[in-house]
Design a protein around this ligand. Sequence first.
Ligand SMILES: *Cc1c(COP(=O)(O)O)cnc(C)c1O
Length: 475
Amino acid sequence: MKYISTRGGMEPAPYSAILLEGLATDGGLVVPESIPQIDAETLESWRALDYPSLATEVLSRYATDIPREDLARLCRDAYAPEKFVAESIVPLTPLDGGLTLVGLSEGPTLAFKDMAMQFLGQALEYALAHTDRTLNIIGATSGDTGSAAEYALRGKDSIGVFMLSPQGRMSDFQRAQMYSLTDDNIHNIAIAGVFDDCQNLLKSLSGDLEFKRANALGTVNSINLGRISAQIVYYVWAWLRASDAVAPEERGSFEVSVTVPSGNFGNILSGHLAKAMGVPIRRLVLAANENNVLDEFFRTGVYTPRTAADTHATSSPSMDISKASNLERFIFDLLGRDPERLAAAWRELDETGRIDLSAELPRFLEEFGFQSGTSTHADRVATIRQVHEATGIVIDPHTADGVKVAREHAEDGVPMLVLETAKPEKFPEIVLEATGLRLGMPEHLAGLLELPQHVTEMDDDETELRAFIAARAVK
Ligand SMILES: *Cc1c(COP(=O)(O)O)cnc(C)c1O
């Protein structure tokens, strides 16, 4: 399998070569040359596999340049039982009203980003060892992405991590999670400023090609194809587990729908790929919060990215987006995987600030199964309360966005799965507001808040940051 650019201007490259970069050399996004197909028989033959073995099967369709035994070892290490709370790695839990939660938050940072980042950490280390290179990841985080990256890359000799965070703007939990790490290769840098200041520092360093090359700098953001490919696995897993109880002769026609709390369109893009590979997914329901630029796109066919200033800070903060870079990969498929049509659409975006695909709107549902909806703070509170009253289960605000929108799209006779993207303990305020419960730390993390914290406080000063990185980068 080779990888090409959505805009047609990149030499086809193998998986290991595009692991780090989701961005193609021509400004497009990297996508597989063709979408691998899985027939019903193959899918059935995977039923007895545990999660790491299933990951090996699915990822072997994408990472064709990594020998199978090596890939199996990477998956075993990524999804080792001691890193996940649930023995099955991804447990399915029934809710009321025919909904089922797919638990993606059993990993070290209690959010679904661990599912992809744990694999990416293993795969990056492997690819670096084979080319005798090192890598220094720089990132800016206001919470979840940074911690998932740090927990996936901690202790790796060939990789350094420099994570910028805004001083005093993260929750006690998030700070404790990141700053308590003692690994030599992890560098937490608290910038005197807000998240945008961190982001600007990052942009400016990433734009300096010479500095970037001298320090082997890279990023692991949500357009990373290693992450996207690893996320496909849990869609396959979820269908297998949902169909375990179905009579074998009926499994062939057994479909599920999946609702996905969405931000940068990374998670649900993996669902789109799973469906295109042949996993029997009927609907992919995109759940947005008040920042509903994607809901607007899936309802009208018109994509109008907003500005950072037009992005609301909500109680499901990991979905607070103004544009969604990964959408380009879906639009590529929508336009028949034709790079010229795709490039024309992006020229229209540059010139007019919008892409009008309303002529294709019927195909969004008919061909690709997409539906969407929006949830507000009041909806999240009501949903967390309702689910708790009906089932005793406490869900986090992002998952609540999903449950609210899922209920609006559930169909009789079609199981509706909702991806649980984080644990409620990360968002105690809204849980208290909704249920009156005061959530403490999960048992296995008791004591985290009391651990000594390791962080370098720094002014919003690029010169100081450069010197810090240059002195500590893994060379
Ligand atoms: C990142 C994140 C999302 C959004 O996922 P995308 O892949 O960006 O669509 C949703 N919920 C939580 C808790 C997240 O951390």
